[in-house]
Design a protein around this ligand. Structure first.
Ligand code: NDP
Length: 308
């Protein structure tokens, strides 16, 4: 059996995969030119940052383990007889911590304190607490569930929104996508952890934003396509929501001319709320390979009709 790893850090996966599949031929590449000789014979593909169109040139391919949680780029190119799995669990802790790093910093006035320090200004800032505030989590999957759990630990009331009632046990109140407006209007902090699908495209638009509280914080760590960006620019200029922290954007890298860069109430990070080192992803991938070889059900199987 031939296994191909196509990723920038492909080498870091080889040892773990060889250990999981000692009989297999495991190759690591990080460019299309390097991948060419292996396309014909590959049965199992571990990939991240790969041009998805090359999947069509892999006639023996049976399974793709995407080395990330969001599969929007690859799911569109998936042949009908190929299984696609994504990484589950490895991102939850760091991404929930990213969300709370910003929620705490923004509510407690950390950025404002820093600005005063630069001016050598001794001025007291009265920070606000998260306790008793209402946290809205849109997307209650592996990452959203951890955001909700941390929210509870901070004494927040949890509202959640997902496509189906799955995850409603995590919330004090649960909403379906058709109730997005009511959901967003009722929360102090709205965190988006949604996959990019046709249904989530532009789910936060001008109408939803206009309904938000003028002291609300909006955080998006899912996918940029969930927010209509030009509507958000307008909304942030109007101060409703009060602040936004964006890790993901309609176009990435965020173009230098985007007005978002210069909005005082917009806090930008460069799609880096997820983990930066591949250890957890590697462990997940090797365990899934062992399941594949022993005929056990794979973890993280994507439903191509739903797109996540
Ligand atoms: P999951 O598949 O575990 O969860 C997805 C959640 O979204 C589920 O609760 C699902 O509902 C819900 N959902 C799907 N469609 C809709 C819809 N139309 N309306 C409302 N809710 C919907 O995903 P993860 O939690 O693992 O990851 C979420 C996303 O985070 C990924 O798809 C990826 O794009 C992004 N991500 C971003 C990273 C970054 O660095 N910024 C890193 C890792 C992931 P239901 O269960 O009812 O189907």
């Amino acid at each position: 059996m031939q296994i191909l790893v196509y990723a920038q850090e492909a080498r870091s996966y080889i040892e773990a995969l060889r250990e999981a599949a000692p009989e297999a031929d495991v190759f690591g590449v990080s460019s299309l030119a390097e991948a060419e000789p292996f396309l014909e014979g590959t049965e199992v593909l571990f990939a991240w940052g790969m041009p998805p169109a090359i999947i069509a040139r892999m006639p023996r391919l049976r399974w793709i383990q995407w080395l990330g949680a969001g599969v929007d780029l690859v799911v569109r190119e998936l042949p009908p007889d190929v299984i696609l799995t994504r990484v589950v669990g490895a991102f939850s802790t760091v991404m929930a911590e990213h969300v709370f790093a910003y929620l705490l910093a923004l509510r407690r006035g950390v950025f404002a304190m820093r600005a005063l320090q630069r001016e050598h200004a001794w001025r007291r800032i009265t920070g606000l607490s998260l306790r008793g505030r209402r946290l809205g989590v849109a997307g209650l999957g592996s990452i959203g569930a951890e955001v909700a759990r941390l929210g509870r630990a901070f004494g927040m009331e949890i509202w959640g929104l997902s496509r189906t009632p799955r995850g409603e046990e995590l919330c004090d109140r649960h909403f379906l996508p058709s109730q997005m407006g009511e959901f967003a209007a009722g929360v102090d902090c709205l965190v988006l952890v949604l996959p990019a699908t046709q249904e989530t495209q532009g789910i936060v638009d001008r109408e939803v934003l206009r309904g938000m509280r003028d002291d609300a914080i909006l955080i998006n760590v899912g996918r940029g396509s969930a927010i209509v960006e030009r509507d958000l620019v307008e909304a942030l200029r109007d101060g409703r929501p009060a602040m936004a922290q964006l890790d993901v954007f309609e176009v990435e890298p965020l173009p230098p001319e985007s007005p978002l860069w210069d909005l005082e109430n917009c806090y930008i990070s460069a799609h880096c709320s997820g983990p930066s080192e591949p250890r957890l992803v590697r462990t997940f991938a090797a365990a899934n390979l062992q399941r594949y070889l022993s005929g056990q059900p794979l973890v993280g199987v994507v439903d191509p009709r739903l797109g996540y």
